[in-house]
Design a protein around this ligand. Structure first.
Ligand code: THU
Length: 164
């Protein structure tokens, strides 16, 4: 028997340590959470993705009376980005959350389903997706989604989305 020890690299930094591109994507996420529809949780989340054509697409969480029908901010942003710009890879996703009158102190970390979707995007374009997870007191910077989803499920079918 052997152990498989898995390590994740996560950089802890603050806003002023981000470069101007990273700050810009974070600002979009913070702004977009104002459009959150979250009457059930009151937990507002915004996500913004930077694409290889330099477009920034953002999204917010959208809830529903039938709870599972809602969607997280990350997937709202990513699915829209991939729908509108299917040929552009995603280089950064930034996420921010607002609860009880303020941005969360702790960085907001994507749920398992969002991690799987971010991983699909990374695999699809064969290009690392960096995460910038905003918190008022600290920011987590993660260079690739692989650090947040070790041993991810993957069919290993790459670039197989035929054009019509
Ligand atoms: N939520 C997100 O939008 N992203 C996350 O990473 C975690 C959770 C949303 C789902 C739900 O609308 C609310 O936050 C409370 O869970």
């Amino acid at each position: 028997m052997k152990n498989l020890n898995i390590a994740a690299k996560i950089i802890i930094c603050d806003y002023k340590e981000l470069n101007s591109i990273e700050k810009n994507v974070v600002n979009y996420a913070k702004e977009m959470l104002k459009n959150s529809y979250s009457p059930y949780s009151s937990f507002r989340v915004g996500a913004a993705v930077l694409l290889s054509n330099n477009e920034i697409i953002s999204g917010s969480n959208q809830e529903n009376a039938a709870y599972p029908s809602g969607l997280c901010a990350e997937r709202t942003a990513l699915f829209y980005a991939n729908s509108k710009f299917p040929d552009e890879s995603v280089s950064i996703i930034a996420v921010a959350a607002f609860y009880k009158g303020d941005y969360t102190k702790e960085p907001v970390t994507p749920c398992g389903a969002c991690r799987q979707v971010i991983m699909e995007t990374q695999n699809r374009y064969n290009s690392p997706v960096k995460l910038i997870l905003y918190g008022k007191e600290k920011i987590y910077k993660v260079e690739t989604i692989s650090d947040l989803l070790p041993l991810a499920f993957c069919t290993c079918v790459k670039n197989n989305n035929s054009k019509i």
